[in-house]
Design a protein. Structure first.
Lengths: 385, 400
């Protein structure tokens, strides 16, 4: 039993954010029909986000497309798109138009700024969401410009879209009501700077972030290890952790002496301590440091690259990665399972990345009920293309 | 939906905050011996995230304290949310024990690396988890960092990693609630903070699995020369008169950008008009752009270029969100007085279309020992609650 088996989702999304939300619905067991064109398929940069979805073509700019889409939506539960509200309105995808096809439909719009307000049609990508959300201005190293924060804000916004959808599905189970969910990605990212704006409201001062350093944590940060670009993250907040670290370093006298005896003293001499820790970690491999410290109950972990993650026995043992058995030449070699795995949630055996229009027959003939000749005519006239 | 939240750090606390916004009744149990993380008594963020929750404090290391949590957990909640270090979660009654009495219970554990696997007992703050996830390895990002690959990987700022965790926990709870309606039974959810954060950079991990090329910080620099930004030449952070903007676009944005700057003629120059050359000479062109942007403040650039369809944004500081006209127009913050008459910025979830409980009524925990929700959760009346308080087994927060 999968959570959303029997649910049908029409996915009209592009780039990263929208496809990611729809991907999670597929991982939860829903049937996801991606509406595509050959041009959009060629531009697809993140094919793994479409794994396991069906793919049907429809040229949404064609005047006859909306009626055909409506016939599909009448048989569906959820519709997702991530485009500017003005573009959605131009294509006839506003909620008032779509709900006529299916009163119980749940429509999720993911956009930069939402459907209201003076900036509703401003455009954006992940770095725009992070900049407007107050995240980028406080990211980066002192003395350098702020970070751009690409990609991850798209996926975080997608998570909020999924949360809204699951909330609406739960509510529909209880009440029978559909919904129009209007997600603003800049609002989503505003919650990642919540500490900053809450503290500035409460105390009149925003917290100052200094790279990997944190108040009350010393030594603490990221330290170089043997090898190319290998780093270990360590946090010392208590006297016991400090004593354990000095023991691991082979310098217990540091803990015994008075100069670093208290957290305040260690914080005051942060740079000096960082040098001492770095000179120890630099002699060892990152996992030697991690294991030495974790054995002593000290928080420590490698700063992992994608390659490190795929080499992690821990993650493989937990089933976090899945290898699709029926992958084609353009398919993803692995798929990450969701971090909230329930019984039956996950990747099914045949989990390829669909080609544009590979499910045209299934969607437009079997589901919607077009005859073969009607389908051929709509393909010829460019409605299905 | 009733939620028993036993959370040590911000991630679990944030998940409870989301569920409370969506209408759940949340009873938060704090460890009376702890004074760290989300409990961090007096910290503005923990106070903020406890809006709308009932809160009690018990000694989770004592027999009486654990017995009380077991008593509540086996009868009252739909969801038991246990978040913290492995040793903290180990102190709570296990799922099997509670599910014997309540098969519909959804029991969620949230730990740094999950409850199974060789790292399951590893301790980690959100800093270690962030680095272990692969997300820090791609930071710092931006053109200024392209020449500095020696800088170490960098965590996201503040509690951002814990916010990610909280969102995934709330998603897991909602998925489990939907499943419970269909199959009639609860579930055990084992959520790893590391996996929550790795999911945020899943495109990088999946790309590596396909192409065998590791994305690094310098390939996230937006130089237009390499990595995933090769199709975004000139994109990235640009300094302007009063700060920074981030500028994003593909080929089509150059002509309108130059037109807005009053330099349409530059487009005739091969290095500006040709994709390949623009990538090759990105550093010098960025210098020209930065000189031009010095004429303007970030808000002028933002509105001027956005009206031409260009993806640009001012890098706003967190406290500048309160004066963001778009957030104001959409009612993202609503302001109401607290018990001291001070205006509190209540914040809704980042979407509209579902009922949310925001503002009036969320600022107070209830009415202490007289709170009927507490009587229901504990299965006893006000005098019995008071007796537990008097015996030192629990303390009841009166409100914020």
């Amino acid at each position: 039993m999968t959570v959303l088996r029997g649910l049908r989702v029409v996915d009209m999304t592009e780039v990263l954010m929208g496809p990611a939300t729809a991907m999670y619905l597929r991982l939860l067991g829903a049937e996801v029909i991606r509406i595509d064109t050959e041009a959009r398929q060629r531009q697809q940069r993140y094919p793994a986000f479409n794994a396991g979805k069906r793919n049907a073509q429809l040229n949404l700019k064609h005047p006859e497309a909306i009626a055909l889409l409506g016939r599909l939506l009448a048989l569906s539960d959820v519709c997702i798109y991530n485009m500017r509200p003005a573009s959605a309105e131009r294509l006839g995808l506003d909620y008032e138009s779509l709900v006529r096809f299916n009163p119980q439909l749940i429509v999720l719009s993911e956009s930069t700024s939402g459907w209201d307000g003076p900036e509703r049609d401003y455009t954006g990508y992940a770095p725009v969401f992070a900049a407007l959300g107050g995240v980028s201005a406080v990211s980066g190293y002192p003395g350098y410009p702020p970070c751009d924060n690409p990609f991850w804000p798209d996926i975080e916004s997608a998570n909020w879209g999924l949360l809204a959808l699951l909330g609406a599905l739960y509510r529909r189970d209880l009440t029978g009501h559909g919904a129009f969910l209007d997600l603003s990605a800049r609002e989503a990212l505003s919650l990642y700077s919540i500490e900053g704006w809450v503290e500035s409201w409460a105390t009149g001062q925003s917290p100052q972030y200094v790279a990997n350093a944190r108040p009350g944590v010393s030594p603490g940060g990221v330290y170089p290890c043997a090898g190319d670009d290998k780093w270990v993250a360590i946090s010392i907040t208590t006297d016991a952790e400090w004593a354990a670290l000095t023991e691991a370093m082979g310098s217990p006298e540091l803990a015994a002496g008075s100069e670093f005896a208290t957290p305040a003293a260690r914080e005051a001499r942060r740079e000096e301590l960082n040098d001492l820790v770095s000179s120890w970690t630099g002699q060892l491999s990152v996992m030697e440091v991690v294991e030495e410290l974790q054995r002593r109950d000290v928080p420590a972990a490698p700063s992992s690259s994608a390659s490190d993650l795929l080499g992690s026995a821990h993650l493989w043992d937990r089933g976090f990665f899945t290898v699709p058995s029926a992958a084609g030449p353009n398919d993803s070699a692995i798929i990450l399972t969701p971090p909230w795995r329930l019984d039956g949630v996950g990747v099914e055996e045949t989990w390829g990345i669909p080609a544009a229009g590979q499910d045209n027959d299934y969607v437009w003939s079997q589901l919607v009920g077009l005859s073969k000749s009607d389908l051929a005519e709509l393909q010829r006239s460019g409605v299905i293309s | 939906v009733t939620v028993l939240e036993v959370a040590e750090e911000v991630g679990g606390c944030f998940a409870g905050w989301i569920l409370a916004r969506l209408g759940a009744t949340v009873l938060r149990v704090e460890d009376s011996r702890e004074d760290r993380g989300a409990r961090g008594t007096g910290k503005p963020l923990s106070t903020y995230l406890n809006q709308g929750k009932r809160t009690i404090a018990v000694d989770l290391a004592s027999r009486d304290g654990r017995s009380l949590v077991r008593q509540i957990g086996s009868t009252w909640p739909d969801v038991l949310l246990a978040e913290g270090q492995p040793a903290f979660v180990d102190r709570l009654p296990p799922y099997d024990e509670l599910a014997r009495d309540q098969s519909r219970l959804i029991y969620v554990t949230v730990t740094p690396f999950g409850r199974t696997g060789s790292w399951s007992q590893y301790r980690a703050t959100s800093h270690e988890v962030m680095h272990a996830s692969g997300a820090a390895y791609l930071q710092p990002s931006g053109p200024a960092y392209a020449q500095h690959p020696e800088l170490p990987p960098l965590s996201w700022p503040g509690v951002a990693p814990e916010v990610t965790v909280g969102v995934h926990v709330a998603i897991g709870v909602l998925a489990a609630l939907i499943r419970r309606r269909r199959v009639g039974r609860g579930a055990m959810l084992d959520i790893s903070k590391q996996e929550c954060l790795t999911t945020s950079v899943r495109n990088s991990v999946e790309s590596y699995a396909r192409d065998n090329e590791v994305e690094k910080r310098e390939s996230h620099a937006g130089t237009g020369r390499q990595g995933p930004f090769s199709h975004y030449p000139l994109s990235g952070t640009v300094r302007c008169r009063d700060g920074f903007v981030t500028l994003w676009g593909v080929t089509g944005f150059i002509a309108p950008l130059l037109a807005w700057l009053g330099h349409e003629d530059w487009f005739a120059r091969p290095e500006w008009s040709d994709d390949k050359r623009r990538g090759e000479q990105a550093d010098s062109l960025r210098g020209e752009l930065e000189t031009e942007f010095q004429r303007f403040d970030k808000e002028t650039i933002y509105h001027g270029l956005q009206r031409r369809g260009i993806g640009v944004a001012p890098m706003r500081k967190p406290d500048e969100l309160f004066s963001d006209r778009q957030l104001a127009a959409r009612g993202f913050f609503t302001y109401e007085p607290d018990s001291a008459g001070r205006s509190v910025p209540f914040c809704r979830l980042p979407f509209v279309g579902l009922p949310q409980i925001v503002g009036q009524g969320t600022a107070f925990h209830g009415s202490g020992a007289a709170d009927p929700v507490l009587h229901h959760a504990l299965g006893c009346s006000e005098p019995d609650v008071q007796a537990l308080v008097d015996a030192g087994v629990l303390s009841v927060e009166e409100g914020i």
